[in-house]
Design a protein around this ligand. Sequence first.
Ligand code: B1M
Length: 209
Amino acid sequence: MSIENIFQAVIGLNADQVVSEVKTELAAGTDVNAILNDGLIKAMDFVGERFSAGETFVPEMLMSAHAMKTGVELLKPHLTGDAQKKVGTIVIGTVDGDLHDIGKNLVCIMLEGAGFNVVDLGVDVKKETFVEMAKEHNADIIGLSTLLTTTMCMVEDTIAAIKEAGIRDSVKILVGGAPLSREYADSIGADAFAADAGSAGKVARDLVL
Ligand code: B1M
């Protein structure tokens, strides 16, 4: 019932209420994945549907996104295991031209939970930066995220840059984001595709273990 309050707080653009409701649920011992999936993520999906239908607009979407991110921050310590041995390093970011980071940030949390050292480059990341950072951190995996159909081509461009830099044989490439698919990932030469944050940890582990 109170997970419904979290849902309502996100769609109601109320970050303070998200904080208090999430704290209440954590204190009550509610499953963290239920808070994440049935409260925060479900609310963001709902906001997206309303946006698509022209029933809500960018400023409201931003405020809901802020409210959701505030809730995710509270969940973070509960989603990641602090005593886990690192299984590898992943350099991850949202590709050039794309500013969406909520999904990518969730993926980062799940990758940390799966035991990775995560180097998050943020949003609007140039292909050269992915290459430089992968070299600097001796990355096992490069993770490329995009939410826009207009920036899907930057995923392919970044993979080309990784090949040109001569590091393709030493890194695996994981891609994800709503407009991508396994078929598309295969067609552009990525090693793996993860449909959501829940599967990203396992997919990434399978790449390196
Ligand atoms: Co934007 N936006 N947005 N937006 N936005 C979408 C993506 C859109 C589908 C909405 C719509 O029209 N229905 C649409 C894209 C349409 C298209 O490309 N064909 C869109 C648009 C058009 C735009 C703008 C162009 C709007 C405008 O200005 N006219 C603009 C673009 C700005 C830019 O990037 N250059 C824009 C801006 C914004 C905001 C800034 C307002 C805000 C982003 C805030 C932020 O991220 N900090 C925003 C939001 C919030 C959305 C929606 C509503 C929600 C996205 C989201 O966070 N979903 C979105 C509609 C929707 O998706 N329903 C929309 C929740 C998140 C948990 O899911 O991001 O899919 P998702 O991530 C999942 C998986 O995809 C996967 O795991 C994640 C967790 O489960 N995943 C990976 C993601 N990355 C991965 C990487 C991996 C593996 C898995 O490995 C590396």
